[in-house]
Design a protein around this ligand. Structure first.
Ligand SMILES: Cc1cc2nc3c(=O)[nH]c(=O)nc-3n(C[C@H](O)[C@H](O)[C@H](O)COP(=O)(O)OP(=O)(O)OC[C@H]3O[C@@H](n4cnc5c(N)ncnc54)[C@H](O)[C@@H]3O)c2cc1C
Length: 455
């Protein structure tokens, strides 16, 4: 059923599939397959089910929580070659694509109609829409426009027994249980998404993009809290700190001041006069909070350059250290200044190097810990600092993940947020879809604790 070039077994090639962009946990697959259609994908799953072999769905492996890591070996089912846009319907504001279609390809296909696909993870030129569905991905512009769950209306899914189901519809409010909602964010543990119908969004009429330069992270984070408290909803509100600024300067000579401690990238969209008033209010707030300068992108090229910097801001850390863990805690925005200060203190206590580039307007923090995993003592300190950061996010009323999912990285932190009864309910949902437990085993929900297992 698959051609020889769709099946990889060479142990050297397996190395590329040992993990995703979270490199601390690894697992070696026995086989990697590249189906090209729903039928081929379902046939591979049926074979795995018949033989009792675990399988792990994979997009392009940009995930940051180890979701695509084949913890139990078996088969990695890579959706990468299922990358075609199948139809665009501007009148219905819908686009249907194979699940391996790259996120930015969808927006490019919608562009001739004045439309776009709103969820825009910073990895959008590399990650797949199937991976976005699995992680319920967000991105800078989801502050105003909502996350993947708000933009998906239909899915084709190969279930863990190899049968194929159609979930949802093109209608906006389907009736019955929201099974699309259940699958979005399920991190490839309930089946393999093979096709996706997404909602398209009209392009904004006008956009204003501001870059504010700050001499202190505290001033920048207080500005974020004030903007949101005033009821202004920018379409994006992003922060980068000095390590990121300098890594970007080293890589691309963007012209950012190397001595700045924080940059805020604020984008507003809407209609002319109201938009100008909001932009002026944001400028004033930046100045009131000691911004050294606030400048507006004067052209589409300048705007694109600023977004290029933001979207390369994580990747450039490869120049700074061999490894990084990008944390993903969510906190109430009003606690931003306090939490950033406490995270700095955690990093100092554990002697780890940490920088910040994140969706500040959402309260979605991404403290990036940079390190060398070949140093066992440094790795131990990194893991300890990570755990403390997650505890802090929960303590202030937030969550252990804002957009990167639980995967294997945060699986053992789930009890920070959920009781044993909650986790047992999640295990029952998983078992309803995957009674044999072969579909992406070892992710999201930890094994029951010893006390919870009846003697
Ligand atoms: C530099 C960088 C920036 C990033 N920025 C953002 C950001 O702004 N916002 C954000 O939300 N994320 C971001 N991410 C994280 C990542 O890009 C997203 O989680 C993305 O959705 C993963 O897509 P992928 O195709 O790479 O999936 P993978 O990493 O291959 O897989 C991710 C998970 O989805 C499952 N999966 C993949 N495809 C399918 C499928 N077809 N059916 C069922 N399950 C499947 C896998 O089993 C795994 O659990 C970033 C990552 C990097 C490296």
């Amino acid at each position: 059923m698959l051609r020889a070039d769709q099946v990889l077994t060479d142990p050297v090639e397996m190395l590329a599939y040992e993990c995703d962009a979270y490199t601390i946990h690894k697992g070696r697959p026995d086989v990697v397959v590249h189906p090209e259609s729903t039928e081929q994908c379902a046939a591979v799953v049926r074979l795995c089910a018949r033989m009792g072999v675990p399988f792990t769905p994979r997009g392009t492996g940009t995930g940051l929580s180890g979701g695509a890591t084949p913890l139990c070996g078996g088969v990695v089912i890579s959706i990468m070659r299922m990358n075609r846009v199948l139809s665009v319907s501007p009148a219905d504001l819908r686009l249907r694509a194979q699940a391996g279609c790259i996120n930015s390809t969808i927006t490019r296909a919608a562009a001739p109609y004045g439309l776009h696909y709103a969820p825009d993870p910073s990895s959008q030129t590399a990650c797949t829409v199937g991976g976005n569905v699995a992680e319920n991905a967000s991105g800078p512009h989801t502050l105003k426009y909502g996350v993947t769950a708000n933009h998906v209306s239909g899915l084709t899914v190969a279930l863990p027994d190899g049968s194929v189901v159609e979930l949802g519809s093109d209608a906006d409010e389907p009736c019955g249980y929201d099974l699309v909602g259940l699958c979005v964010g399920s991190e490839g543990t309930l089946g393999i998404v093979t096709e996706v119908t997404v909602r398209l969004t009209p392009n904004p009429r006008q956009v204003r993009t501001l870059l504010a330069v700050f001499g202190s992270v505290d001033d920048a984070s207080r500005t974020v809290s004030r903007i949101i408290a005033l009821g202004i909803v920018p379409c994006a509100l992003e922060m980068m700190d000095s390590i990121i600024i300098n890594a970007l300067e080293d890589a691309f000579a963007m012209g950012f001041p190397r001595d700045a401690q924080a940059l805020l990238l604020v984008e507003l969209d809407g209609l002319g006069p109201g938009l100008d008033a909001e932009t002026a209010a944001v400028r004033d707030l930046c100045s009131e909070h000691n911004a050294r300068s606030v400048s507006a992108a004067a052209s589409e090229e300048e705007r694109a350059r600023l977004w290029f910097a933001r979207k390369q801001g994580v990747g450039v850390l490869g120049r700074v250290a061999p490894n990084k863990v990008t944390q993903d805690g969510l906190i109430p925005r009003s606690r931003l200044p306090e939490v950033l200060a406490r995270i700095r203190a955690i990093a100092e206590r554990h002697s780890v190097r940490l920088c910040n580039i994140f969706h500040a307007g959402d309260g979605n923090l991404h403290p990036c810990v940079i390190f060398d995993e070949r140093d066992p003592d440094e790795l131990r300190r990194v893991l300890a600092a990570n755990e403390e950061i997650l505890r802090l996010c929960v303590e202030v009323g937030g969550s252990i993940t804002g957009e990167h999912g639980v995967g294997v990285e945060k699986r053992d932190a789930m009890p920070l947020m959920f009781s044993e009864a909650d986790l047992a309910a999640m295990r029952r949902v998983k078992a309803a879809f995957d009674p044999a437990g072969l579909c992406n085993p070892g992710k999201i929900v930890p094994e029951p604790s010893a006390e919870a297992v009846p003697a």
